[in-house]
Design a protein around this ligand. Sequence first.
Ligand code: NAD
Ligand code: SAH
Length: 423
Amino acid sequence: MSIDAAKAKELSNIPAGVNAASGHDKINWVISYMPILNAIKKEFETTKPFAGMRIATSIHLEAKTAYLTTVLKAGGAEVYATGCNPLSTQDDVAAALVEEGIVVHAHHGATDAVYKQDLIDTLACHPHVMIDDGGDLTSLLHGECRDFGDCLIGGCEETTTGIHRLYSRVKAGLLDFPMIDVNDADCKHLFDNRYGTGQSTLDGIMNSTNLIIAGKTVVVAGYGWCGRGLAMRAKGMGALVIVTEIDPIKAIEAVMDGFQVMPMAQAAPLGDLFVTLTGCCDVIRREHMEVMKDGVLLANSGHFDVEINKNDLQDLAVEVWERKPNIRGYRMKDGRILNLLADGRLVNLAAGNGHPAEIMDMSFAIQALSLEYMAKNGKNLAHDVIPVPVEIDRRVAAIKLASLGTGVDVLSKEQTDYMNAVV
Ligand code: NAD
Ligand code: SAH
């Protein structure tokens, strides 16, 4: 069954009185820069891989995600969308999506309770397949929303921390359906986590603070894919970059890449801007806050709002106030002010529009094709974390390269024989 705009409006729960027109403008803008999804949409309109299926999605609800949901709808699905972070939902985009016949439950700035209810209301469609980002849908489907999973074949997970959580479940024997690891596809993490986070994190910080990066000491916590991208871009903009790590190999890599590496306790009094990108909790905590400089900026671009300990900030503060959209000041007893950006949530999505369209084109092409794979093959897959089939990764790379107007060399028979020779 296809849901039209009127039906979607009846079934959705979004804030009243929001202007959908700017949402349509945002979606139409990104469509012009997402050639891979455009090609997949065209194909889905003919092949209808999701005919008769219901799809639930929990991904940052902004323009690129909105376009993904319409691509899935073009494949014959009823799509039920919510966000994966209370601050990244853009209400005008949500309103536009409803007019496109997508059922949406999402509210920008939702309280924890409303955010959770939106997830539950989305799962109430009894999905056949789903897309999760960070593991919230997966967690509910194993707990209080178990009954909504009666038709579920499986799903796809978007991000690193969601994948860690899935492996913990598999280890405990507690994963009830197959989940495809989209994050570890090459066309996802090599570009999204690295170049996407590198650019959009700085974009969110500059957007909210209107301060310069050049000349600042920027402390990057975590030198994984995201941290590498941010360190590279901050250095390129003239910052002095310090990296903190828990993994000695990554720490050496950061040194070889030309960065200073030290424990957070040593970096804390030196930094002007701190960004966490670890997936871990309490990376910046009381003992660090106590020695930071006056006026520091604290931002997270890793996971939820756990990387910077907000309770410690609150406990240490004698005054807390909203200085400007997305900047909260915490005045310490000694008069220093520590500034928390975007409530400690993903600064690139809460204070910006997240990764650029060309990056999400690759990530969401992997999502769309992996979900098609799950819909077709999921009943025969183990209840495990499933890698993205290599053909999907190669196909997305090939379309991307062609869209850039270029290509790669092809090995001749002689070259292939040479490379494969047993000598
Ligand atoms: P990754 O596993 O490649 O890197 C994480 C790094 O953090 C590792 O090198 C690890 O050793 C280090 N680390 C862990 N705990 C630490 C601690 N307490 N202090 C210092 N370093 C620590 O993961 P990734 O792909 O770079 O993702 C990092 C986080 O960012 C994840 O939570 C992921 O879900 C999220 N993410 C966010 C965006 C975004 O749009 N902002 C994009 C992609 C991923
Ligand atoms: N939902 C959790 C987990 C981190 S989300 C949270 O909010 O803390 C990190 C993911 O966001 C990345 O894997 C990336 O693919 C995705 N992302 C980044 N920019 C995006 C955008 N513009 N639209 C949709 N998703 C985006």
